[in-house]
Design a protein around this ligand. Structure first.
Ligand SMILES: [Zn+2]
Length: 433
């Protein structure tokens, strides 16, 4: 490198350092607006209908990005894609919102992806303040369905972008911000963005990772098992076969399958978790209002698995296991349980821990917090595989810290949203310049 070139590079490095400190200070100064935006999103949220919350996101993005793209995923197109499974999905009032911040062109580009959809809140009575949509703040925590998973990600991403826009630093690579729907089930939001050709040199999914950097996550698919028994009046119970009893036997035995998966499939990035690929039963349906020996029991579950097992191999493993269990029972041998696969099918995703995207984020995390980040897999299903496997984009997950996602009293620690926004902003400055 010639002397003047070296001098020029040194100046650019100094300039980036100054801008980094400036965006960090800017985000720190936005604390109350961050809380306000998150609270508005929590209060406007509605499961399976995100048009309200996406309008809020769109309005914020209009002040940041010149180009905004809003569309409802097309179920007909999605069904043609090999990674899409739900048959009965409807995307009316469920738009994706994407904002594009264009760079000059010669730098690396990045997708920030966060999901705006939230799961059903369950019973009000189980929630603090008896309101899942309160957005109330107590001791630095903001409560509400979606507060952590993943409205915190949407807010952190928006404030990272906003700070970059305000400092006016000339980026070389594009930044694409995606606020997507349907992460909690089939993943049609993110997949539809991939099919719309939003592709970059790297992607950060802003899921609540608890400030960990997760370059990998497990896969998970939802299944349903139907058990038939023989229904009789209780006075002849000895002549009947209870479908509930038979189902309980299988549910208990599936814990052994879970154990087998933990022993056979564990890889280095999953070494810390007692159970990284669960077999979890999450719903049971059986019986009637009058006493009788029940003739039918249907239960639903989630099957976890990791690379290199494919979803087809994972399915086969569970189907064969259930078949083996049935073969040991005289009734089930002749009345085999019926296994079917539901729409949720998140494949595993893995980006190397040595990938520059992981390394850059690690360095920027350390610069912002003064601490080394925890780098390991996330033992949950996410949209990452749509980006890595089907979009060819190296992807990590990184986001805020909270608790009780998918159950009552979900909250997020507000401080961690600020930290995420700062780390993301600094990472973008380095990645896209
Ligand atoms: Zn999530």
């Amino acid at each position: 490198m010639r002397g003047d070139e070296r001098r020029k590079k040194g100046e650019i490095m100094r300039e980036i350092k100054e801008v980094e400190n400036l965006v960090i200070r800017k985000i720190e100064g936005e604390r109350s607006s961050v809380v306000d935006l998150l609270r508005r999103l929590v209060r406007a949220s509605k499961p399976q209908e995100e048009v309200q919350t996406q309008n809020i996101v769109k309005k914020e993005l209009k002040n940041i990005c010149k180009e905004i793209d809003v569309w409802e995923p097309d179920i007909v197109e999605l069904k043609k894609h090999p990674a899409f499974f739900p048959e009965d999905m409807n995307y009316a009032k469920r738009p994706n919102v994407v904002g594009i911040m264009s760079g000059s062109g010669e730098g690396k580009s990045m997708i920030l992806n966060a999901h705006i959809d939230v799961v059903d809140p369950g019973l009000d009575a189980y929630w603090k303040y008896e309101d899942p949509w309160s957005g109330r703040v107590e001791k630095g925590k903001l409560y509400g369905r979606g507060a952590c998973d993943d409205l915190s990600g949407v807010v952190a991403g928006l404030y990272a972008l906003k700070s970059i826009k305000e400092v006016g630093f000339p980026l070389k690579g594009n930044i694409i911000f995606e606020s997507v729907v349907d992460e909690e089930w089939g993943g049609g939001g993110t997949l539809s963005a991939v099919m719309r050709n939003y592709k970059t040199d790297g992607a950060i999914i802003l899921e609540p990772s608890g400030l960990e950097i997760n370059p990998a996550n497990r896969g998970g698919q939802a299944f349903m098992i139907e058990i038939s028994g023989k229904g009789v009046h209780p006075r002849m119970s000895y002549q009947g076969v209870s479908a509930i009893d038979k189902a309980m036997g299988i549910i208990t035995a599936l814990k052994n399958l879970q154990q087998i998966i933990q022993e056979d499939q564990r890889t280095a990035v999953f070494k810390d978790f007692p159970v990284f690929a669960p077999v979890t039963i999450y719903g049971v349906q059986a019986g009637t209002d009058i006493p009788k020996v029940p003739e039918k029991c249907i239960f639903k579950g989630l099957l976890g698995y990791v690379s290199p097992q494919s979803y087809k191999e994972a399915r086969q493993q569970l189907e064969e296991y259930v078949e083996k269990l049935a073969s040991l029972d005289p009734w089930l041998r002749n009345h085999p349980p019926k296994v079917s696969w539901l729409g949720l099918n998140k494949e595993p995703s893995e980006t190397s821990v040595d990938h520059p995207l992981v390394k850059t984020t690690e360095e920027c995390f350390e610069y912002v917090t003064g601490e080394k980040p925890q780098v390991r897999a996330l033992p949950a299903g996410t949209d990452a595989s749509f980006l890595t496997k089907y979009g060819g984009i190296p992807t990590i997950l990184f986001g805020a810290k909270g608790a009780n996602c998918h159950t009552s009293n979900e909250y997020v620690e507000i401080d961690t949203i600020i930290t995420v926004a700062k780390v993301i902003a600094v990472t973008l400055l380095n990645w896209c310049s």
